[in-house]
Design a protein around this ligand. Structure first.
Ligand SMILES: Cc1ncc(COP(=O)(O)O)c(C=O)c1O
Length: 326
């Protein structure tokens, strides 16, 4: 007899999307709908009342903090994007740190040894494995063509009962990019991003789970590392952001800091779409703040699996040609 756990089987009908079956990269982590909601999951299960978070991060992280009415305090980062810890974390508070661009894994490791109630935001460092005992979350859509999705490594064994999300209404930008081009899907991308605002915590949708299982993780990581190494070799001497380069890291983008006005907009005019991390930092800080400088002048060059070394050469040539012009 069919019941709620054994629905009626359907056979036949039209053919569905055929995605290559595979395994998720993090089969043992909790699968959720967004990274911001992974933070909410941690805050709920740990029962913190106060959070310290960097000025230099994405404003959507405030969604769960405000929803749960936590007290929050911003902290500064230094030139290496390491935290300036001038506060004390007690039993009821926690500290959030972002693995910026995926190049701050050393800092994450160091903090994990010294910092109480640490939470790591690996939205920009999908491939950086969680450290045992340190709450860590990931956002799928920063690295792969998926509408949403997040993974959470939670040190608490408390689990929340959640319903499953559905991504069907957030797919249009991805479908347009596949069928037409990225530009054709851009307005939909902005809209679908907005749809993620203030969503409740849910389990990752079936669609996102299937899309994430279809990713060729080793190949994507290899390309990212090669592209990153190529750009770093060309740019390391002029890059004003000095970070520890490890060939094992698999970053999100190449972070090129050059205090030259209009470089970002000139690249965008040439259809090299570099995102600003993060526009809210202009509101949260003043123009003399380091964080403001990072948001204004960091050129985040794409290095992902869509590209090859010829594309990277083109990026280098374009940036260099714009730097020669005054
Ligand atoms: C550093 C960082 N963390 C978290 C998030 C939130 O990710 P999600 O959209 O999966 O909630 C973002 C951007 O959206 C981000 O840039």
């Amino acid at each position: 007899m069919p019941n709620s756990t054994h629905p009626v089987r359907t056979i036949g009908g039209y053919m569905g999307l055929q995605l290559p079956g595979g395994k998720p990269y993090y089969p043992d982590l909790i699968q959720l709908n967004t990274a911001r909601n992974s933070l909410e999951y941690i805050l709920l299960t740990q029962g913190y009342t106060t959070i310290y978070l960097p000025y230099f991060t994405c404003e959507v992280l405030l969604e769960p903090i405000k929803r749960l009415q936590l007290q929050y305090h911003f902290y500064k980062i230094d030139e290496q994007m390491d935290p300036v810890i001038d506060f004390e974390v007690d039993d009821h508070s926690c500290m959030l740190y972002t693995n910026y661009f995926g190049v701050k894994t050393d800092t994450v490791r160091a903090l994990s040894k010294t910092q109480k109630n640490l939470i790591i935001d690996n939205a920009q460092a999908f491939y950086a494995a969680p450290i045992i005992g340190i709450d860590t979350f990931y956002s799928c859509r920063k690295f792969f063509g998926v509408p949403d999705g997040a993974y959470l490594y939670a040190r608490s064994s408390r689990r929340l009962e959640l319903s499953k999300d559905s991504s069907v209404d957030r797919m249009s930008h991805l479908v347009k990019a596949a069928d037409l081009n990225v530009e054709a899907g851009y307005a939909d991308y902005v809209r679908n991003n907005d749809v993620l605002i203030n969503n409740e915590i849910k389990v990752m949708s079936n669609l996102t789970q299937q899309l994430m299982a279809a990713v060729e993780y080793d190949d994507c990581a290899k390309k990212r590392r090669e592209h990153f190494a190529f750009l770093h070799e060309r740019f390391k001497d002029i890059n004003e952001f000095k970070f520890h380069y490890s060939p094992e890291d698999t970053p999100m983008v190449y972070p090129l800091l050059i205090a030259k006005d209009h470089l970002k907009s000139q690249l965008i005019e040439r259809k090299i779409f570099v995102a600003t991390y993060w526009p809210n930092v202009f509101e949260w800080t003043s123009p003399d703040a380091l964080e403001y400088h990072f948001a204004q002048h960091m050129i985040s060059l794409p290095i992902d699996q869509r590209y090859n070394l010829d594309d990277m050469k083109y990026l280098v040539e374009t940036v260099e040609s714009l730097l020669v012009k005054t």
